[in-house]
Design a protein. Sequence first.
Length: 94
Amino acid sequence: MSLLGFTRISVIASKGGASSTSKTWATQNDRKQFVAKVLASWKALEVDAVVCPCTVLPAPHSGSTAALPSMCNYTAFYNLLDAPAGTLPERCMS
């Protein structure tokens, strides 16, 4: 099975299952409440930025990411929050 020509996307999409519109809106409301709670706690703690690794693995070679598991990232939490997340390159200097 393929979605837009990408097998991995269709595999991820198939895991979600069918849902009613009301259940989708309820889930979105739960997400909105979760985001508000997390952002309120960050504000109470005066958090300006969160710095963390974007993955548990070293950078893969170009073209080899298809072999990685679909959810092998640390940025999913920040995507859920609609918070900007980025990656800064790190280099080993000798």
